[in-house]
Design a protein around this ligand. Sequence first.
Ligand code: AMP
Length: 288
Amino acid sequence: MKKLTHPRTMQRLARSWQREGLPVALVPTMGALHAGHASLIKHARRRVGEAGRVIVSLFVNPTQFGPQEDFQRYPRSEAADLKLCRSLGVDAAFTPKIESIYPSEAGRAFSTFVKEASLSQGMEGDTRPLHFQGVATVVMILFQVTQPSLAVFGEKDFQQAAVIKRMVRDLWLPIETIVSPTVREPDGLAISSRNAYLVPEERRHASILWQCIERARARVRGRIDPTPAAPLRQSLTRQIRNAPGAELDYIQFFDPDTLRPQTQLRKNHRIALAVRFGHTRLIDNGAL
Ligand code: AMP
């Protein structure tokens, strides 16, 4: 496995693979790799085959964090991440320094941003106003640097994947975007680098997000008539209030294509929710 830190050297390698006609897959991550990331990497390998190339980027992207968010304390574990990548047969790990992605010297400071203006509104976009601009911008940079023919994202961040797919479509990027299913702990908690912040008591109650998804699903499935969203939201809100330490940020029922909120629910719709435990903010979503 090659480890590249400079965008120029990464881009040179990617272009040489492209000239050879090899399929190249990119898995963008912020490091602190876990089983969810591993499943994306395996998905990427299955898609490009043994002859193809898999690139994993490890970069904690400052522009997608709000000023009060956890950028400074976000978990970092590069040595373990590289070991995992190697064991999964990754061809290149791209680990850029902040300064090489966002130069800041006077007179040549970074000043170009990508903003998706529709799907990035609502849900995560309401709570984290510049988050998706930061995500779209860094993913665009990663696409340019690694020149992938396909890129794999997790369904765990459903709105993020939707924003990226829209960017790819709107800007005619020649990249296939794949969305890979959410990997969960045995109690249903979606695996996340931020789960490491949870103290044991919080961890015990963190499966409340999954329980809400399952409960919503049970209400909607198997019915001919649509299920009204308002009473369901109320009962899930109560359920979250009853979980010690949990503080609800939002519950949203939405259409998977437009991400528009829905008031009458059918089983093709989805639920997304964000819940805080102390300083830790967890998100999850699922089909109804
Ligand atoms: P992150 O490092 O948190 O930015 O995540 C990098 C990629 O991994 C994103 O596409 C996430 O959606 C995806 N991901 C994170 N957690 C999971 C999970 N539990 N299952 C599947 N994909 C995940």
